[in-house]
Every structure is written in C-alpha cells, then in structure tokens.
Ligand binder design. Sequence first.
Ligand SMILES: [Cu+2]
Length: 230
Amino acid sequence: MPMSFIRLSWRFGFATLCAAGLPTALAAQGVTVTGRVTIQDRDGRPGTDQAQAVVWLEGASAPAGAPVTVELATEGKQFVPHLVVVPRGSTVAFPNHDPFNHNVFSLAAERVFDLGLYGRGESKSVEFTVPGVIRVYCNVHAQMRGLVVVAGSGLFTQPETDGTFRLERVPPGEYVLHVWHERTAEVTQPLRVGPAAPAPVVMALDARGYRLVQHKDKNGKSYSDRSRRY
Ligand SMILES: [Cu+2]
C-alpha cells in the first residue's frame, strides 16, 4: 500500500507536468537511464528493502518537477506511508486517522515545522521548497518516524523490490546520480547522458554499520517513558 501510493503520487506528478503545458515533443525527448540499487547488510547478507531507496538526478539539464500534493497520514501510531518523495514546491498533508492526538514536527534544516496537537479527522499541510531529506516525527509517540524526500529535480524514482530502477525522458547532459536510503549513507556518481541510453548503473549501498538511534522530541529532549504508553 505505501509503495503503490508513492508510485501513484509520482504518476500524478508526471500527469500534472504534462497537463501544465510541457510540449509533447519535449516530453518525448531524452533517454531512459536504468540501473540497480544493491544493499549490503550485516554479515554480508544482501538487503531486502531496496524499494525504500530514492534515486534522483541533479544537473543543469534536469527539468524541474511539477509540484504535487500527497498525504503522509498518522495511523496506528505510524506514518503511512513511511516515506514520500516529491519535487520541490510540493505540499504534504498530514491527516490524523487515529482516535487520539498526534503532534507532527520536523527539526530538519531544510524545513522546520511544528503542527501542534490535533485529533482524528483533522489535517494540516506543509509546503517543501528546499531539496533534502526531511525527517518527520511525532512529539507524543517516540516510535513514529516518517520521511519526506524533496528531490532537486523532476528526475526521481524509487526502485522495484529487486532494486532495479528506471528514470525516463532524461535530456542529454551532465548529471550527478544520487541514491539515498534510510539505513545507509547517500551514494552519488557522475553520469553523462548523451543521445543514447547509458549503460545500466549499479549503485551499491552499505548498511552494515546501520543502527537505529532514538531521536529527541521537538524540544531536543528525550521522550519520557510515559510517552511510549499513549
Ligand atoms: Cu503521535
């Protein structure tokens, strides 16, 4: 469900892009960049969550994506979906589907916000204009972690479950290919795109050193044990 939601959002974004008046001839230009994301886990085991990675291209030739509006709900004391990826200028709505209050906030340099406490049926929205990875938390529930990835161009996607990815309609130019995953450091690689599709790119992520660190609340303090029982 989360992945299909993300893909739907991406398609909606592209549909909006076309509807916004981009000439069909231009949209048909460019080539398809393909590749595969691999993850190395502890003990050398291959990772299984490549589909949670985000892949995007940055470069002077990259078209800007048309802003979209997507939802990152609070439901069952989780953010659903866990991650959304949007072009800059997009809006993320945070509807509360739980029968109790949540307090969504972010202390990320790209977008600091605090939506305050609100209950079931209510929703508040945030616009994201600066590219980056914005970690979103709830000040009531220490275990809630969500991600808003704001891509620096319209050329972004997420891999399939086997790690393969496609970026379509990439105009010729010099790019940097970025791959980000919650459990690894970001990996980048220069990529020159000419009139023909480049050879498939393999982007290897290393999650061997990953361990979950409990974040702080919106005041920079540790969550009390009491907060975990709500
Ligand atoms: Cu909460």
